[in-house]
Design a protein. Sequence first.
Length: 108
Amino acid sequence: MGCPQLSAIAAGSVAVNIGIRAVGGAKRLYHFTSAANAAGISNSGVIHGSNGLRALYGQGVYASAFRSAGYARVQGAVSTEAMFTLNGSRAVATPFPGTFRIPDSAGL
């Protein structure tokens, strides 16, 4: 069974658009979450960043370069019931291949 897909839209100064400047141009990234969190994200318009022990590479919203729930679990996703597609320029590469972080939170 696949994940429901939700497209993120940039808004104001807190753009959800994620990109990888190092490879030139916007790149599509994927944020995996639980169905309950996805409903909250859709209602609030904000993806709250992870912090504490769940934020291995610093506080922020984590995203994968791969549209794979299995790979997202390897990358550390707690749940892969739902997926948001993110595009743009705020991503920071982490040391783990294909894993990116948006500092703090991201608005839809």
